[in-house]
Unconditional design. Structure first.
Length: 160
């Protein structure tokens, strides 16, 4: 029996069987008041969305927090904060920060629908499939959306 369960879990992990979302409802659609209070095309937009629509603006718990010492000053290098159904991970150990917004139990299509509301095409940035970023090569901010077995992940980073 134990071997059978392990086999099923492995098959789910590699994607043989379709995933059953933990949360069968769709992601909340932001209200017009929400859009009036934020600036689009920014990671802060995603953070505000999560704070507004998940757990009443309060995180459930900080899963991880790693600090490093710079000239006697401790700075957070990695944090992982959990909200209801969403985790925010911030990696700022390198020159440019990387953020991951992990939507647990939501489909890629649902997450993509919301991200396309937050990151609109401009004369400089555009959507190409699951990726958003500058039209010309060089510096800018980039969004990519990927599906994992139990979550859809939005990665956000800026750099050159």
């Amino acid at each position: 029996m134990k071997l059978f369960l392990i086999l099923i879990l492995q098959l789910l992990w590699i994607g043989i069987f379709p995933q059953v979302p933990q949360n069968s409802s769709k992601l909340p659609t932001p209200t017009s008041e929400f859009f009036k209070s934020i600036n689009l095309n920014s990671r802060i937009t995603i953070e505000e969305y999560i704070k507004t629509y998940f757990s009443g603006g309060k995180h459930i718990k900080v899963l991880d927090s790693t600090a490093w010492d710079t000239d006697g000053t401790f700075r957070y290098c990695h944090t992982s904060t959990e909200y209801q159904g969403v985790t925010i991970e911030n990696y700022s150990c390198e020159m440019f920060s990387t953020f991951k917004f992990i939507f647990k139990g939501y489909s890629k299509a649902e997450v993509m629908r919301i991200m396309k509301l937050f990151f609109i095409e401009t004369e400089y940035d555009y959507w190409e499939g699951d990726n958003y970023g500058p039209m010309k090569e060089g510096a800018g901010c980039f969004v990519s959306i990927t599906r994992k077995p139990l979550a859809t992940i939005v990665s956000y980073k800026c750099g050159c």
